[in-house]
Design a protein around this ligand. Structure first.
Ligand SMILES: [Zn+2]
Length: 121
């Protein structure tokens, strides 16, 4: 299993606060236009309903960050093969996986993972 940090607890806490009225829907459904665009065009569909609007409209979008990535630093991953290529050509970087609803604009960081040759296998 790749080294990673899962934000499921933080996600549950946000949803709990939303349901309890401690957060407004606008506070949690504030996806950046770029993230929404990525979600619509290259996002990986998720086989469960959005926790806010209950529509089947969740997508996963990945971003990669790392000093070693140079020009690729901060870019959005458009395909599994692109991630594989970065994995074999860079020593270390971090992949952030964001869940976004292309309908109500709910978004939340799902997890981050360590990638690159140092973390292969
Ligand atoms: Zn939604």
């Amino acid at each position: 299993m790749r080294q990673h940090v899962d934000y499921a607890l933080a996600r549950r806490a946000v949803l709990r606060d939303l349901r309890a009225g401690r957060l407004d829907r606008e506070d949690v459904c504030d996806a950046h236009p770029e993230l929404l665009r990525a979600g619509r065009h290259i996002g990986e569909p998720v086989a469960r309903d959005c926790p806010v609007c209950a529509h089947r409209s969740l997508r996963l979008v990945s971003y990669v960050y790392g000093d070693a990535l140079a020009r690729a630093n901060g870019r959005c991953i458009t395909s599994p093969s692109e991630l594989e290529r970065l994995d074999t050509t860079h020593e270390e970087f971090t992949r952030y996986v964001v869940e976004v609803c292309v309908d109500c604009h709910w978004n939340h960081l799902q997890r981050h993972e360590l990638h690159g040759r140092r973390h292969a296998g």
